[in-house]
Ligand binder design. Structure first.
Ligand SMILES: Cc1ncc(COP(=O)(O)O)c(C=O)c1O
Length: 442
């Protein structure tokens, strides 16, 4: 046993060791350069010169805890509103910074509980919102529970802190195989959300994200859930930890619907991938509801000067390098090529995505039948292993049949084509197994 405790969700103890990185590439200890194809925390790739310069300057700043005023924190808030929330002035009210997406979601949910006096919270099927406190409670995916898991399927989850309601997931795949479409026909939205009002009647908030489980933006779904939440007195939280300020190809994924959230959570790339930093944006109404009350919530390292310098630098790079239009342009390339790839690979059951976040789901066991560290690696992990041999890090979502692409927003067209070629090549392994299985069944 080594001194460093590892998660059961990384690529195993023989995972390659990263020794450096530049642009869209990782440098490995075996001397190879591999494309960084699935890294939601690294929107600018590695070693972006302007980020590096901002951090070098920030190294001289004093240590100031969240309890003290710090002008760089006010500046980061101003930059967030001026750059990322431009056009959203009619509803966006105030921001608070914290350390991780998990923490941001826990804070948003606990604030909702404090304001409504309700205990229950709600999410949607196959969601992941984090691994602390209430964010862990609203995590539905079976492999992210913060407890202990065994290869025979046994799991010891920590008990939940709040009752959780689970709404049906949105729809909206770009590609579904015939078998997948026949097995799960899409029901009309009103029918799917039939029980939602009863669930939200006693909920403090409903939290919705835009990538997890391979479910992306669906404006009609968002607007319907938002309307039900409002009617039933529950807040609506947009979890934009993955999608906010870049990856969706617009400021926020929720901008694809007409409703606007009560709270938005941000994280992952908010500091350009260089520091752990996250945020909770409150609507004007919610910010007003805090008037005259002191929000008893504090963290020593929240709003740290280095993180605030990173947030300001990242936001300005997104603006100055016109990264949102760049991601929109790349979205077309990924959509076109992924559908074309899926049509040629019988192992692919579903493709969905937005901007620079794409899920490729393979035929295989249902996501609910997840098993921990099995003797034979799951099919998605084996495809990822083949991709690594071929020169790209393509991640699994932790599920057995699900791969995702989330390259840096600065990736070039040629690098994107190379990443997609490697995926195409790696899927041949899944096809062979899928075809052999189909022959056994028929
Ligand atoms: C949608 C979503 N919300 C929240 C989180 C949690 O963020 P963090 O890992 O920074 O705690 C994640 C992480 O993958 C996520 O995908």
């Amino acid at each position: 046993m080594g001194r460093l405790l590892r998660t059961g969700l990384n690529a195993g103890t023989d995972a390659p060791r990263v020794v450096g990185g530049k642009g869209a590439y990782f440098h490995l200890s075996d001397g190879r350069r591999v494309l960084d194809g699935s890294n939601t925390g690294g929107p600018l790739g590695h070693g972006h010169p302007r980020m590096a310069e901002a951090l070098r300057k920030a190294a001289d700043l004093p240590m100031v805890s969240e309890g003290w005023n710090w002008e760089g924190r006010d500046q980061a808030a101003e930059d967030l509103f001026d750059i990322a929330l431009a056009g959203e002035e009619s509803w966006a009210g105030a921001v608070r910074f914290c350390l991780s997406g998990s923490e941001a979601n826990d804070i948003a949910l606990s604030l909702s509980q404090a304001l409504t006096g309700r205990k229950a919270i709600a999410t949607r099927e196959r969601a992941y919102h984090g691994l602390v406190g209430l964010s862990r409670d609203v995590t539905v995916q079976p492999h992210w529970h913060g407890g202990l898991a065994a290869p025979d399927g046994g799991t010891k989850r920590p008990p939940a802190g709040a009752p959780v309601h689970v709404l049906p997931a949105p729809e909206g795949a770009l590609y579904r195989s015939h078998a997948e479409a026949a097995g799960c026909p899409a029901a009309p939205l009103a029918q799917r959300l039939d029980g939602a009002a009863a669930m939200l009647r006693d909920s403090a908030a409903v939290i919705v994200d835009y990538t997890q489980g391979g479910f992306y933006h669906d404006g009609a779904y968002q607007d319907a859930v938002a309307a039900i939440a409002r009617r039933e007195g529950a807040f609506w939280i947009a979890d934009e930890v993955v999608t906010g300020i870049g990856r969706a190809g617009r400021g926020f994924a929720f901008q694809g619907g007409s409703s606007r959230p009560d709270l938005v959570t941000l994280g992952k790339g908010l500091g350009g991938g260089t520091t752990p930093v996250a945020a909770i944006v409150l609507s004007k109404d919610l910010a007003k509801a805090l008037d005259g009350k002191s929000w008893q919530n504090y963290g020593t390292l929240r709003g740290h000067p280095v993180s605030m310098a990173a947030v300001s630098a990242y936001l300005r790079i997104v603006r100055d390098e016109a990264l949102l239009p760049r991601v929109q342009a790349l979205e077309g390339l990924y959509a076109r090529r992924l559908v074309e790839i899926a049509r040629r690979h019988p192992s692919v059951s579903r493709v969905a995505g937005q901007g620079l976040h794409w899920t490729i789901e393979l035929h295989g066991p249902d996501w609910r039948q997840w098993l921990a560290d099995t003797q034979e690696a799951p099919i998605a992990s084996r495809v990822a292993g083949r991709a690594l041999e071929a020169g790209a890090v393509i991640g699994t979502s932790g599920e057995q049949t699900s791969l995702f692409l989330a390259p840096p927003l600065i990736i070039s067209d040629a690098e994107s084509e190379q990443l997609l070629d490697i995926l195409d090549h790696s899927l041949e392994l899944a096809d062979r197994e899928h075809n052999a299985m189909m022959e056994r069944v028929n």
